[in-house]
Design a protein. Structure first.
Ligand code: ZN
Length: 220
């Protein structure tokens, strides 16, 4: 996400004079409300409206999107306005997280990547690299569908995932004897490949992000 908390809508292709880009520019100039069918997967869209295009970033071939009427107000210098602007960014982030979750759940067919548990109410859309990190974008390639226990274990660096998609459990836990959750849920996943991955290759975890997270797991 851009630091201003606003979404970007990509041009059609790279030609500024493509009819679709010209139509979008005209809508921006007239400040017409638009509906954005935000793609969360092949053939799956979430309608978001009204949105307005508020600026164009020609170098990056994209428009800047405002999510509602309020957002189009220019940002002034008073403290109150800064607070309001902050709240708008927060709201956009919540929407990003909703989209992130539905994208990840769809890509992983609502199953935990580590244990294949298939109950949505027990699953999270986990970030491989945390949200606050500069690379921690809310993209499906930085996502994993994980059940609550595997998500917590991943965040706590008890469970690591190598870039070849094999699960590792921290060595001190491997030596521990405990109940079935430790035995089956964690220890027996050690050395096993992820059980569920997105069917679409370009939605699978990004190798660079996995390596970054794995390094932290190793240093824990
Ligand atoms: Zn699991």
């Amino acid at each position: 996400m851009a630091p201003d908390g606003r979404l970007r809508y990509k041009w059609r292709g790279e030609d500024p004079h493509h009819p679709e880009n010209r139509a979008l520019r005209a809508a921006m100039e007239d400040q017409l409300p638009l509906i954005w069918f935000f793609g969360v997967g092949p053939g799956e869209y979430k309608p978001i409206f009204p949105i307005y295009l508020v600026a164009e970033e020609q170098d990056s071939h994209q428009f800047v999107v405002a999510m509602d009427e309020e957002q189009r107000e220019s940002v002034g210098g008073t403290a109150e306005e800064h607070v309001r602007n902050y709240l708008r960014v927060e709201r956009n982030q919540r929407m990003h997280q909703r989209i992130f979750r539905s994208t990840v759940m769809r890509a992983y067919t609502t199953r935990c990547a580590v244990c294949a548990l298939r109950h949505g109410e027990l699953l999270d859309a986990a970030h491989i690299v945390e949200d606050g990190h500069e690379l921690g974008v809310a993209s499906v390639r930085n996502g994993l569908a994980l059940c609550k226990i595997h998500h917590a274990a991943f965040d706590a660096r008890i469970l690591g995932i190598r870039s070849d998609l094999v699960v590792e459990i921290r060595s001190d836990l491997l030596a521990e004897i405990d109940g079935p959750m430790l035995q089956h849920g964690l220890k027996e996943r050690h050395g096993e490949r992820l059980m569920v991955l997105p069917a679409v290759k370009k939605e699978r975890p990004d190798v660079g992000l996995l390596e970054l997270a794995y390094e932290k797991f190793r240093s824990a």
